[in-house]
Design a protein around this ligand. Structure first.
Ligand SMILES: Cc1ncc(COP(=O)(O)O)c(C=O)c1O
Length: 387
């Protein structure tokens, strides 16, 4: 079947939830992906900030193949070695003590909110405007986008307060005796790559301690090296009570998780939360491989070096249509003075996959293995497209 015939299947059979780019991708290699017609694209989007090691990384592929030939699924009722090994390996690199395995970012956030509610015995959650925490009813209530919430207002849970991001007074005003938790992204991704002041997070940490509020950092997008440290809250020098993760964790296999301190985690007892698929041997084998490659191939060093280079090259573009260039590591946004959708098409036609968020912010979240030559190729195209 050709591209048009394949895409028509979506028109005829899928529930209409996504505006997709009109290409059918077939295979990938490093930072490149290829469609079924053999067209090549430089992938500056990495499947929404997921493919940390790019496409087809040999160690990730081997780990998945080896595990698939041994055991794919057994449920959370039995132990499996990859999940046990991974828990220790990851926690040793963080300020947390305990893990819960989930399957996606929204599911991780849903569990984190439940944990905070059980731990505090309170019922209100503060989150920020322009945030993104997921599409389940609790995470949608936490997601500070009126337009996403509007059609489902009738079933959104009570107790969620969305306040302005990077405004500590807005958080202070929202805190009351019922506040259980603050859920917040270290850097807002969907909201347009918004980077808060360093003191904002220090102040939040202080307020949480003062009022016995659980601080949940949503690192679904910023985690696993995306911003140059293993987790982005490290940039703000804080120790949250709970962290949620997904996207980059498994290098592309669907996986999520919650990390928590001993004190907060102890609120859950068997029966409070669960999952059929979470922490399965296949995805945990992939996650183990991702973390090993991070160490073996100095991925974080590459993110910092190439990310800084990318940011400085973008800042040189200096075109009328560019309002702002901002980012950390390999999570970079270019805010335009006009809507960005048409640029996504122009880039794709020129052989580059990018994304536009918040209406006018071109978001670049490429695989963390991208090199300077590939950035040069992209900057050259960007320059031409802006002309
Ligand atoms: C910060 C953040 N949290 C949560 C989610 C939801 O993750 P998922 O789509 O895996 O449910 C996303 C997805 O983009 C995200 O960026």
């Amino acid at each position: 079947m050709n591209t048009n015939e394949l895409i028509k299947i979506e028109d005829d059979y899928f529930i209409n939830t996504f505006t997709r780019q009109p290409i059918v991708l077939d295979h990938g290699d490093g930072v490149k992906v290829f469609d079924i017609d053999g067209n090549e694209y430089l992938d500056m989007f990495a499947g929404i900030a997921v493919n940390a090691l790019g496409h087809n990384h040999p160690k990730l592929v081997k780990a998945i193949q080896d595990q698939a030939s041994k055991l794919i699924h057994i449920s959370s009722i039995y132990y499996n070695e990859p999940a046990l090994i991974y828990a220790k390996k990851l926690i040793d690199k963080t300020c947390f003590d305990r893990i819960f395995y989930a399957n996606s970012g929204a599911e991780a956030n849903e569990g984190a909110i439940k944990l905070a509610i059980k731990y505090t015995g309170k019922s209100e959650i503060i989150s920020t405007i322009e945030s993104f925490h997921g599409r389940t009813s609790m995470t949608l209530a936490a997601t500070g986008h009126e337009d996403y919430q509007e059609p489902f207002k009738a079933i959104l849970p009570n107790g969620f307060i969305n306040v302005e991001y990077n405004n500590i007074d807005a958080i202070k005003d929202a805190i009351n005796e019922n506040t259980a938790a603050i859920i917040i992204e270290p850097i807002q991704g969907e909201g347009g790559v918004n980077i808060p002041d360093k003191k904002y997070f220090k102040e939040i940490e202080k307020l949480c301690k003062q009022h016995n509020i659980v601080l949940i950092v949503d690192e679904v997008q910023t985690g696993f090296g995306r911003c140059g440290t293993l987790f982005a809250h490290e940039l703000f020098d804080i120790k949250p009570d709970i962290m949620t993760m997904a996207k980059g964790i498994g290098g592309g296999v669907p996986m999520g998780g919650i990390l928590a301190t001993e004190k907060v985690a102890s609120a859950f007892v068997p029966g409070d939360h669960g999952t059929t698929f979470g922490g399965g041997p296949l995805v945990c084998a992939a996650a183990n491989a991702v973390l090993d490659v991070f160490d073996e191939e100095n991925i974080l060093d590459n993110v910092n070096e190439v990310g800084d280079y990318f940011l400085s090259e973008l800042k040189k573009l200096n075109k009328d249509t560019v309002a702002d260039v901002r980012g950390k590591g390999l999570m970079i946004g270019v805010e335009l003075t006009k809507p960005g959708a048409e640029y996504v098409d122009k880039f794709r036609q020129a052989g580059f996959l990018i994304n536009c968020t918040a209406g006018n912010v071109l978001r670049f979240v490429p695989p963390l293995i991208i090199n300077k030559a590939e950035i040069d190729e992209f900057i050259k195209a960007f320059d031409e497209i802006l002309e």
